[in-house]
Design a protein around this ligand. Sequence first.
Ligand SMILES: C[S@@+](CC[C@H](N)C(=O)[O-])C[C@H]1O[C@@H](n2cnc3c(N)ncnc32)[C@H](O)[C@@H]1O
Length: 322
Amino acid sequence: MLEPDAKGSIHLADNLDVLACLPSASVDLIYIDPPFNTGRVQRRTQLRTVRSDTGDRIGFQGRRYASLVIGRRSFGDEFDDYLAFLEPRLVEAHRVLAAHGSLYFHVDYREVHYCKILLDGIFGREKFLNEIIWAYDYGGRPRRRWPAKHDNILFYVKDIEGYVFNQEAIERIPYMAPGLVGPEKAARGKLPTDTWWHTIVPTNSAEKTGYPTQKPLGILRRIIQASSLPGALVLDFFAGSGTTGAAALELGRRFLLVDNNPEALAVMAQRFDGVEGITWAGFDPTPYQKDRTTAAPVLGSGTNGGMQTARANVHLPQRLPG
Ligand SMILES: C[S@@+](CC[C@H](N)C(=O)[O-])C[C@H]1O[C@@H](n2cnc3c(N)ncnc32)[C@H](O)[C@@H]1O
């Protein structure tokens, strides 16, 4: 799994294979942000069989039948397929979580209801603590409905009696109307609620890796600070650009990241360039890293260190689902 003195490990693999190898109750915190489209879209044709003297199918007692197409389902099947893809992975996620562990499941408004029902079935409805709304304000505005400018993060715990939640470690935020609370309270700020205002990763920021579905470090920092202790093991098995690992490293947690896309691993190779104590499985990061031995800052956690520049043979995808 992870060597005792390792800071993190990064795997190029199907996450189900990696999950199956992890010991039960070995992970302290899981954050995942699965893609919506698994690329396994099924288009199922619905048929009805009717008696017909000219039919091409022969049934009981030599009677002939024809098949009539009565419909084609694609959206529903695509969705069933998505849940069928997620379910075994979420069952494993529940198994590998320690008793004090938590799962944060990042999704959007189109799927959140279905995913909540799936997760309620796996964790138990009473283990659901919050639906966090991450609100941002970016991108196009359709004219014929309210522009959708939020994501949903479902927060579950394994054991309602003994989970980690460090309220005092959570960074406080400014009051919306500081004039109403007095100078002392205003200076201290307030704890965030279940609605988090946070920009998306700005296009020309040091944090930007070029991975299309990259989530902001600020969101991951808040999750990791609240729901794990220093030294904890944080797992993200839909790792993408490695945001969870970058936040974990910054906060003194260990991480285990999995992605099955080599482009994601190439981005992570750059992001963690110069950080010692990371092991790689199924992927050689060195062609994407500078040849040096001194530790460099992780992209987005201070100075850039030039990591935004794509190097040797890194071909970043233009768009990823999710
Ligand atoms: C929405 S992105 C995650 C982005 C990430 N949160 C970040 O901040 O960069 C989802 C990732 O899941 C990966 N993925 C999809 N199916 C997978 C599978 N079966 N095993 C491992 N990774 C998978 C995709 O390659 C993609 O990088």
